[in-house]
Design a protein around this ligand. Structure first.
Ligand SMILES: Cc1cc2nc3c(=O)[nH]c(=O)nc-3n(C[C@H](O)[C@H](O)[C@H](O)COP(=O)(O)OP(=O)(O)OC[C@H]3O[C@@H](n4cnc5c(N)ncnc54)[C@H](O)[C@@H]3O)c2cc1C
Length: 442
């Protein structure tokens, strides 16, 4: 019998044909085999935070990994269940006074986040979440179970580091831990009318920032509805060395709020959960990678903020630098290594009912119009975890020069296209014209 599976974005009420609730790799393997025997479409549900709802396909069989959230820690490595959240991982790591590269929010699944890339507060010191993926246990499309490491199935491990959940069911991952139990974190907020001076100074500050300082910035509404600029700094170095950076951030303008101090890394993620809650709100997200906060880029961001159609909507700028930018581009499938700001343009609204019913069209249009406004200031491509197939030219460029190798890996590991996660270049689709070419993984 079909049922509605609840995921983060309540705008995606998809009905799968059947749900396989898996708690072991054996059950996941059986689910893949049975779905293939039934000739049924398949999808994999991790933490359920993909805004486009790709963990669930209408009428498909869903492999639900939310019963596989166990995390165990051995020295500098955690073994993370395929359905574990960032907070599950950080809670286990904190017990040995360590942290891991995660996103900014505790409830997001480590599966989708890591496989798609994984921007976060530690990317200056630790790289992306995908850069910290050491091994993965995977149920492939033919039902076999393999462990991908640098030594065994290295092409699969390469593809999983940024190529998304397009290669199989990842039932567990080994990820590197870092000796960072406590960070300096919090928020500094300025009114929107200070945007130009504040963001000009921020551009200078960020150009000098050491790896230990990663600052998420953005635009949202204060409780009174007024638009504001926010900064969420994370300082992961020696505590005393962080304070001057916080003071410099505060000095960019005349802040209306400044609350930055030491906190356990997990506490920072819990605070993030409150910002983008899973409480029945509807969401639509667009993304662009910005190289710099030049005056025209700031103008575009300010104009977009001033014209947002819902007070719940926001723009986040994820800061990509340091260790994440030093990984060689061919080393993983992730397609961009130059320093940039990943803009997450989040339209968010409450769906009123009756005469006030809100289809969401104007909010979706705001997000798309904002993305287009940023196009002249953006790199080609974008973050695959947030892109959708309705921007095919961006998907084609999203993996940069890694695209051809990713297509070869897709054909080697999932030739029938059983797994459809974050978008891949069109040539990865079975039956794409010119598909008869030879496989060459070396
Ligand atoms: C509130 C919020 C905050 C976010 N913050 C960040 C951030 O700070 N940094 C960042 O980089 N991204 C961020 N994202 C984006 C997020 O990384 C992606 O949406 C990611 O796909 C979510 O993973 P999930 O497992 O929760 O999602 P799901 O919806 O369960 O899955 C997403 C995709 O990954 C596949 N998948 C998930 N787990 C597995 C698995 N174990 N094996 C195989 N395939 C799998 C699914 O099939 C699906 O296609 C955020 C998203 C939200 C909604």
């Amino acid at each position: 019998m079909s049922e509605v599976l609840e995921i983060w974005n309540a705008a995606v009420p998809l009905r799968p044909a059947a749900v396989w609730r898996c708690t072991t790799v054996g059950q996941a393997r059986e689910a893949v085999r049975q779905a293939r025997a039934d000739n049924a479409a398949l999808s994999v549900l991790g933490g359920g935070h993909d805004w486009a709802g790709r963990a669930i396909r209408d009428g498909a069989q869903v492999i639900d990994l939310r019963g596989m959230r166990e995390v165990t820690v051995d020295e500098d490595v955690a073994t993370v269940g395929g359905g574990a959240t960032a907070l599950d991982l950080i809670t286990a790591a904190a017990a040995v006074r360590k942290s891991a590269a995660t996103g900014t929010i505790g409830a997001v699944g480590m599966g989708g986040l890591t496989l798609g890339g994984g921007y976060g507060p530690l990317n200056g010191v630790a790289g992306l979440a995908a850069d910290n993926l050491l091994a993965a246990e995977v149920v492939l499309a033919d039902g076999t179970v393999v462990t991908a490491t640098e030594a065994s199935e290295p092409d699969l491990l390469w593809a999983l580091r940024g190529g998304g959940g397009n290669f199989g069911v990842v039932t567990s991952m080994k990820v590197r831990l870092h000796p960072i139990p406590v960070v300096w974190t919090g928020r500094v907020i300025f009114p929107l009318d200070q945007a130009h001076e504040v963001l000009a100074g921020f551009g200078e500050l960020i150009a000098e920032a050491p790896d230990e300082l990663t600052v998420q910035a953005g635009f949202l509404s204060a409780p009174d509805g007024a638009p504001v600029i926010f900064f969420l700094p994370t300082w992961s170095g020696a505590p005393d060395d962080g304070a001057p950076w916080v003071r410099r951030l505060e000095g960019l303008g005349r802040p209306v709020v400044s609350a930055v101090g030491p906190a356990e890394y997990g506490e920072a993620l819990r605070r993030g959960d409150q910002m983008f809650a899973r409480d029945g709100r509807h969401y639509a997200i667009r993304t662009r990678n910005l190289t710099a906060l030049t005056p025209p880029t700031v103008n575009a961001l300010v104009a977009a903020t001033a014209t947002r159609t819902s007070p719940l909507s926001a723009i986040n700028l994820h800061h990509f630098h340091g260790a994440a930018a030093r990984v060689a581009l061919p080393a993983t499938a992730f397609g961009v290594r130059q320093p940039h700001f990943m803009a997450e343009i989040i339209a968010s609204w409450r769906p009123a009912v009756g005469p006030d019913a809100d289809s969401g069209a104007r909010h979706r249009e705001w997000a798309l119009a904002t993305a287009r406004r940023l196009d002249p200031h953006a790199l080609s491509g974008g973050y695959p975890n947030l892109l959708t197939t309705d921007e095919p030219e961006r998907v084609e460029d999203a993996y940069g020069p890694n695209g051809p190798r990713l297509i070869v890996a897709k054909k080697a590991y999932d030739p029938d296209g059983v797994f459809t996660a974050t978008p891949l270049p069109a040539a990865a689709t079975p039956g794409f014209p010119g598909d008869e070419g030879e496989l060459a993984l070396d």
